[in-house]
Ligand binder design. Sequence first.
Ligand SMILES: [Zn+2]
Length: 445
Amino acid sequence: MKRAALYVRVSTQEQKNSGLSVDSQIDALEKYCDEQGYTVAGVYNDAGISARKKYTKRPALLQLLEDCKKHEIDIILFTRLDRWFRAVAGYYEVQSVLDACKVPWRAIWEDYETETSQGIFKVNIMLSVAQAEADRDSEKIRSVMEFKRQNKEYIGGKVPVGYRVEGKKIVKDEKTCGMIEDMFEHYFQTFSKWGTADYILSKYPDFIRTRNRIVKIMSSPAYHGEMYGVKNYCEPYITEEQAQRIKEVSSQKSWVDCKRRIYIFSGLIRCPICGYKFSGRTMAKKEKRYKVYQCPRSAAKKHKTYTRSEPKLETYMLNHIEEKIQSDVLRAEGRVKAAGNDVEKRKKKLSSELGRINKMFEKGRITEEYYDERYEAISNELKELSQTAATEELETKKKIQSRFPDGWKDMYMQLDEQGKQVFWKSIVKEIKISPNEFVEDIIFF
Ligand SMILES: [Zn+2]
C-alpha cells in the first residue's frame, strides 16, 4: 500500500477564503487516499505561510523532506500546485531532494504530477509561467518605487540625524541641523573624526549617544544629498568634494608608534643612502623629548645616520612649501608652452611637407594612393603630439596650490597632530633630504 504524505498550506491572507482552508484541503486529500487505497503517512501543515517564502522558512515542508529521506513516504499529495510552490527557484531545490529519494508528488485537484516524464515536463512549463507572473508583480512594485525615487520622495527606512520627513519629502530638521553643520565645520577644521565626535557629544548631549555613532553617521551619503543611491535626493550639508575628502582622509592610515605618538611626516622621508623610508622616534635633549626621523636600517646596514627633527622640519615646510609649489606651477606652465611651441613647429613642417607632396602629385611623380597615405600619416602625427600631458600636470599643481589659501598657516596651527599628518600626507608625496641639504626637494602629488 502506498504511503501518502498530505501537504497543506494556506497563507494568512488566503485563510479568509473558505475554499482554501486547511480543513477543506485535509478533507479532500483524505478522501482521495481512501479512493486510491493509500495510507496516510502524515499531514504536513504550513498554515499561515506564503508559498513565496523561502522553503527553508516552511517547517512542515522541511519535516516532510526529512521523512522522504528516511524513505517513510511513497508519494506527496496536495490539492493544488500553488499549495506546494509559487516561486520556481525554491521549487527546484526541493525537487532535487525529492528526485534523489525518488518521491513523486501529485496535485489532486489539478492535472499535475511528477510520476511520469510528461507530467514533469508540464510542471516545469507551468512553473516558468508562474514565475513570469510573479516577476511582473514585483516589477509593478518596483515601478511605484521608481516613480517615488524619481520624484525624490521618501520611500522608507531611517532618515539620518539632521533630516526629517515632511509629507513625502525629506527635509532638513531645524532641531538638529545646527548640530550637523557644526559637526562638519569642526571636522574640516581638524580633520579628526574622533575629535569631532567628542566635540559634538559634549556640546549636544541630547541627540546622539555615542562617539561611534557620530563617527559612523559622518560618512552617511545623505549629507551630500544622496539617498537610496540617488544623487541630489535631499538638501545637502556638504558638497560631494567634501564627502570625498572625508573618505580619503579616513582611508589614510594613521601613523603612530607604540606609545600612540603621531609623527606628522612619517612615510614622507626617504633615506638618502639606502632609500628606505625614515621612521619616527623620540629623542631626549636637555630633559626634553622631541620627535625625530631616522633611517630604521642605518645600524643594520652600517651606514651614516641622518636625523631630521620634527619641529625643525615642520618649520622648514611651513616656510618653504608655498614658494616651492609656486615654482612647480611656473615650471609646469613652461612645459605647457614648450609643448605648444613644438606643435607650432610640427605644423610648419607638416604644411611644407604637404606642399612638397602636392607638387609631386601634380607632376604625377606619386600616386593618389601614396598621397593619401602620407597625408594621413602626417595629420595623425600631429594629433598625437598633443598638449594633454603637460596641461594635466599644470592642473594638478594648480590644484595643490589652491590648498594654500590666505591664512592657511593659522588654520594649520589649529590642527591637532593627526590633522597635521593628514594635511601633509594629502599634499606631499616625498620630502627629499640629502647628506648636504636639510631638505633637497619637496615632491608633490
Ligand atoms: Zn638608510
